[in-house]
Write a protein that binds this ligand. Structure first.
Ligand code: GLU
Length: 291
């Protein structure tokens, strides 16, 4: 996989690093961000830093400072300012209103647990997926009047879901993984765009930000390929430009499990405290990406 491939020299490349401050950054993040930095460097472009801090129950301010410090220690740089999603709520709310006006969302009081229960044993597409397909029979009928959103300033207290087009093939050409396609309504279903605790859904906030910040290529882990199909549908519905995508294969540990924040031994701060240098750490990614 050549880093330079597919990027025209001197294009106005804008990439982004988008960590969530829900724990300490680990080796897997460093690798994804190294790819993002290399892609931007090869294209003579810039990176932005987006702080994905919408989930109030899981994000801690201390992790924001820690993640910025870890990123600087690794030698990454980005164009200021840092964009914190919690400060961009009006933008997401505006997008929600546009989707509402277009009749593309509906209120839904089914919980994640209901959806998981209805799905029974996970089928193949769910295993690689973050959430099971929402049962079609739980949707309000197409064309039924959609209740209004609460006025701005009043909290949203119901989940709102995006109605995906049934049986439509959504495709994109991934700059790392090649052609990708999925059928909406079968491989993924209606998904939340706003939660009843008044938090915008990840898909909506991410799609809106990638468009609003002019991101030209999204570099992130391959666990988010399924989300990309959803975000493409949202971007289209909002009339926004769809960026390019580069999904890095995920790092796994010695027994093949995906690296997660709970693997504290691989937290960048632990490695740093043990005397590892940024050069050693990033050097290994350079070697493996050339293989
Ligand atoms: N904040 C998300 C995460 O850490 C990444 C979102 C993205 O890159 O689109 O998983």
């Amino acid at each position: 996989m050549s880093l330079e491939k597919t990027i025209a020299a001197n294009s106005a490349y804008i990439g982004r690093l988008a960590p969530s401050p829900t724990g300490c950054l680990h080796l897997g993040h460093a690798r994804t961000f190294w790819f993002a930095a290399e892609r931007a460097r090869a294209a003579g472009g810039v990176l932005l830093l987006r702080n994905d801090d919408l989930d109030r129950s899981r994000c801690r301010p201390g992790f924001v400072a820690a993640m910025i410090e870890d990123l600087r220690w690794l030698g990454f740089s980005w164009r200021e300012p840092v964009y914190s999603q919690s400060e961009r709520l009006a933008l997401y709310r505006g997008a929600l209103e546009r989707l509402h006006a277009a009749g593309l969302i509906y209120p839904c009081n089914r919980s994640r647990r209901d959806v998981a229960g209805a799905a029974g044993a996970p089928h193949e597409s769910d295993r690689q997926n973050d959430e099971p397909v929402f049962p079609r029979e739980w949707r309000p009928p197409a064309g039924a009047p959609v209740p209004p959103l609460p006025p701005r300033g009043a909290p949203i207290t119901t989940n709102w879901r995006f109605r995906v087009p049934d049986g439509e093939i959504v495709s994109f050409s991934d700059n790392a993984l090649g052609p990708q396609r999925a059928m909406s309504g079968r491989d993924f279903g209606d998904f939340p765009v706003w939660r009843r605790d008044d938090v915008p859904g990840y898909q909506l906030a991410c799609a809106v930000d990638d468009a609003a910040l002019g991101v030209t290529e999204v570099v992130r882990g391959a666990d988010l390929v399924r989300s990309t199909f959803r975000q493409i549908l949202l971007l289209r519905a909002l009339g926004a430009t769809v960026p390019q995508y580069f999904h890095c294969p995920l790092m796994t540990d010695a027994v093949g499990r995906r690296l997660a924040k709970r693997h504290d031994a691989l937290a960048l701060r632990t490695l740093r405290a043990r005397g590892m240098t940024p050069e050693e750490l990033l050097g290994q990614f350079e070697k493996t990406s050339r293989q």
